[in-house]
Write a protein that binds this ligand. Structure first.
Ligand code: PMP
Ligand code: GLU
Length: 400
């Protein structure tokens, strides 16, 4: 057999965020005292109100298949959530529940992209968008940003990236890995480009509840009915409810797209786990402003601790994130400095140096299509953040 694997499988890259998280865990199992800043997942437990939903579902015998797009009460709850929290009107039959927002995004790209299509992705971007787009035979077109524009793409840069092949634009606000939050003006600009050039907006809003200072999340689809008709809104319970392992994501989309995603899911996964759907339903039904304030306050304290700590280290430049739970640290000031007789040549080298010399695990910017930076997740305790900063300061002080 000439090619054991398909071209698609040969092209598929592992997720660097997952790989580095696993590497840090493996080192810890071997007894190496590694402090991990890799994982994009809350360190606290799923709230009891969500767990109760799952336990009750098990006892009530909700352990069978459900309709592929999800149980109706969950789709109704999501429809209400979209309307009340986001100003988005998606009817329950325009909602598809999946095995995680990552799964929803994959299905969306499969539903809207043909080989040769182009998708605009502002960078730095989350690791999976370009890989998923490429798996559809389509081409990611990057629009780079940096801290001088608060990691927000300009209207002109976006417009210049549009060609006759452009099918969609990815909007991730609050953004992983930068923590940028798109304001009303940027949303209007993106919406006007989508309307003028007949593009889909794929809005990934999974970090919507994690915004700090005076920044608040706004949904692009809430701008107008015309914009909503072009917007596929992806969300999930992983980040807002510390439910990463339950694997429940969802999307709201115009009926044609929601129907296509549901048909594709029919052939891929059928429904998402029934018990987990009931847990997600309980999470959404019991979510209140106290829970969201608890999560926001917890991460906000960690954010300030990490940003202040890293800023005090010579060679690190740290833009203050406005949302999500990551700091995207500019490490260009360390490039060219030497340890063990060897110069640090890239952000991947810097992340390697931090792991080997400070026993601090991070994800280098190469995976986010924006080298020169290293991503720190502040989903671990204040004690770990403090210890991590001390270790990094000590290791950096040993650089020539
Ligand atoms: N989008 C972004 C920006 C993320 O950071 C994540 C985290 N993995 C996801 C989507 C997927 O989340 P999940 O599949 O756990 O719902
Ligand atoms: N979104 C998280 C992260 O960026 C989880 C890992 C992943 O799914 O890529 O770290």
């Amino acid at each position: 057999m000439r090619n054991v694997l398909s071209e698609r499988a040969r092209q598929a890259q592992p997720s660097p965020t997952l790989a580095l998280t696993a590497q840090a865990q493996a080192l810890r199992r071997q007894g190496v005292d590694v402090l991990s800043f890799t994982a994009g997942e809350p360190d606290f437990d799923t709230p009891d109100f969500a767990k109760t939903g799952a336990l009750e579902a098990i006892h009530a015998g909700y352990t069978k298949y459900t309709p592929t797009p999800g149980i109706l009460p969950l789709r109704e709850a999501i429809s209400e959530k979209f309307e009340h929290e986001n100003g988005l009107r998606y009817a329950p039959d325009q909602i598809v529940v999946s095995c995680g927002a990552k799964h929803s995004l994959f299905s969306v790209f499969m539903a809207i992209l043909d080989p040769g299509d182009e998708v605009i992705i502002p960078t730095p971007c989350w690791v999976s968008y370009p890989e998923q787009v490429k798996l559809m035979g389509a081409t990611p077109v990057f629009v780079p940003t940096d801290e001088t524009t608060d990691f927000l793409p300009s209207y002109d840069a976006l417009r210049q990236a549009i060609t006759t092949r452009t099918k969609a634009i990815v909007l991730n606000t609050p953004c992983n890995p930068t923590g940028a939050v798109f304001g009303r003006q940027q949303l209007k600009e993106i919406a006007s480009l989508a309307l003028t050039h007949d593009l889909w907006i794929v809005a990934d809003e999974i970090y919507e509840h994690l915004t700090y200072d005076d920044y608040r999340h706004e949904s692009i689809g809430a701008l107008s009915k015309e914009v909503l008709n072009r917007t596929i809104t992806v969300n999930g319970v992983s980040k807002s409810f510390a439910m990463t392992g339950w694997r429940i994501g969802y999307l709201g989309a115009p009926s044609e797209v929601a129907g296509a995603v549901s048909r594709l899911q029919d052939q891929m996964t059928s429904n998402a786990c029934t018990v987990a759907q009931h847990a997600a339903l309980a999470a959404l039904q019991n979510a209140n402003s106290e829970w969201y304030a608890f999560v926001r306050t917890l991460f906000d304290r960690r954010r300030q601790l990490l940003v202040d700590g890293l800023r005090s280290i010579d060679g690190l430049h740290c833009w203050t994130p406005r949302g999500a739970f990551y700091v995207y640290v500019n490490v260009q000031g360390l490039i060219g400095r030497r340890y063990n007789g060897r110069a640090l040549e890239s952000s991947a080298d810097v992340a390697g140096f931090l792991l080997n010399e400070a026993r601090v695990a991070t994800v280098p910017g190469e995976g986010f299509c924006a080298p020169g930076y290293v991503r720190f997740s502040y989903t671990s305790s204040e004690a770990i953040i403090q210890a991590g900063v001390e270790r990094i300061a000590e290791a950096v002080s040993r650089l020539d």
